[in-house]
Design a protein around this ligand. Structure first.
Ligand SMILES: Nc1nc2c(c(=O)[nH]1)N[C@H]1C(S)=C(S)[C@@H](COP(=O)(O)O)O[C@H]1N2
Ligand SMILES: [Mo]
Length: 406
């Protein structure tokens, strides 16, 4: 039961207990009225998000964007989805914030203040597309537990920071290093201070890429609190769960990192396809690495109506994890025939690419515009749901919008 319902259904004494004091004129409270002191905060105001965004969960906060809100070439904060596994840290002092390095494969433990990171290493800016591994989960059948993301758990902001590689070189890494794992300042939903809500990572090869950043800015300003202020690991093209927010530590491991949400069915999918609903043994699950090819039509909004004889200009973005998108196509006949879209180069590696097209419709009636991206290895987005997996990851089916010609 959520808190609002609980408060609504509770009597005066329960509300007083929640407030920590007596409600003095409680006897005259209108029925069903929730005292301001017990009302949930407005997430749109609190996180500076657009009112059209969809709140999937408030404990922890998970807020989804919508295809047509993601139209900007670089996603502004207002339209960026929020995904949390735990409680957002409350008291953050960038002045005393430190990032510490440890693990089996560092030459010695070391830590840096934020100002040391900023002054001792060269600063880089990249546009990086990060998509939640569970984006598209809501379509799987049998359904998968977890936030029921539709298509809006992706964003492509500009991140500024220092390269993880440069800092790792300064720390000194042993030759047996295979993986890094992040540690962060958010707290576990259980309230247990010893439990980390999430501590994921990636292989050294990803850690050493130019674009893998320890970021302190997003879109040219301090990172907003919900997106990892004051320091965030950003690994474009990989499941967003590897981009640790509120970053406090990096462990350099001589084995695959085994922090919370690295094992079991978290962010792991069957190494080989399975029938929907299959129970998959632990050793048959593989960690998700680079995200699959995908695209979104961000204009027009689904449901557009157009007079006969007028062509439809549409546009959107396409991305392909570590790869580039090399071809973008659209169909107005449910995938029977495809035409090419105009496709732009990315701003930099791991940034999404913009596409546009002009569709003509032969007669009045209902149509759908389907969009399909193809990556540099020839992988195309599937028209229908891809392989079922226990937690509903990696749904990269073609995005589509409805259009009526009247
Ligand atoms: N510290 C920390 N980092 C985290 C998470 C978290 O719960 N705690 N969630 C991860 C997941 S699962 C996703 S999808 C992205 C979401 O990033 P965003 O909220 O900035 O959109 O953050 C990742 N980094
Ligand atoms: Mo995620």
């Amino acid at each position: 039961m959520n808190r609002r319902k609980f408060v609504q259904n509770s009597g005066l004494s329960a509300m007083a207990a929640l407030l920590g004091t007596e409600i003095v004129f409680g006897g005259v409270l209108p029925k069903g009225y929730i005292p301001l002191g017990l009302q949930d905060p407005d997430p749109f105001k609190m996180f500076d998000k657009d009112q059209e965004m969809k709140v999937l969960n408030d404990k922890p906060w998970n807020i989804e964007s919508l295809a047509h809100l993601l139209d900007d070439p670089i996603t502004p904060n207002r339209y960026m989805f929020i995904r949390n596994n735990g409680i957002i840290p409350q008291e953050i002092d960038p002045g005393t914030w430190t990032l510490s390095f440890d693990g089996e494969s560092v030459q010695g433990n070391k830590s840096y203040s934020l100002s040391e990171l900023k002054s001792r290493f060269s600063v880089h800016t990249y546009q990086l597309t990060i998509e939640c591994g569970g984006n598209g989960r809501s379509e799987f059948n049998p359904p998968a537990k977890g936030n029921q993301w539709s298509v809006g758990a992706v964003h492509s902001a500009e991140w500024t920071g220092v390269r993880l590689r440069d800092v790792l070189e300064d720390v000194g890494v042993k030759s047996d290093a295979v993986y890094i794992g992040f540690h962060a300042a958010d707290t576990h939903l259980s309230g247990d201070p010893k439990k980390e809500p999430i501590s994921r990572g990636f292989p050294m090869a990803k850690a050493m890429q130019d674009e893998t950043l320890l970021a302190f800015q997003m879109n040219g300003a301090d990172i907003p609190l919900a997106h990892g202020h004051p320091l965030r690991l950003v690994a474009g093209g990989w499941p967003a769960s590897t981009s640790g927010k509120w970053l406090t530590g990096i462990s350099v491991r001589n084995q695959v990192h085994d922090g919370p949400k690295m094992t079991g069915d978290s962010y792991r999918v069957p190494c080989n396809p399975v029938a929907p609903g299959t129970k998959v043994a632990d050793e048959d699950l593989c960690i998700i690495e680079s995200m699959p090819v995908k695209s979104l039509i961000t204009y027009p909004k689904t449901g557009a109506t157009l007079p006969l004889g007028k062509s439809l200009s549409f546009r959107g973005h396409a991305w392909a994890g570590e790869l580039e998108v090399t071809k973008m196509q659209y169909s107005i006949d449910f995938g029977s025939t495809w035409k090419d879209c105009t496709l732009e180069a990315p701003a930099n590696r791991l940034a999404w690419q913009h596409f546009s097209g002009v569709a003509e419709f032969p007669k009045k009636g209902y149509y759908e515009v389907w969009a399909r991206a193809i990556d540099s290895k020839g992988n195309a987005q599937p028209m229908v749901l891809p392989g079922w997996n226990p937690k509903g990851y990696l749904n990269n089916a073609c995005h589509r919008i409805a259009v009526k010609i009247s």
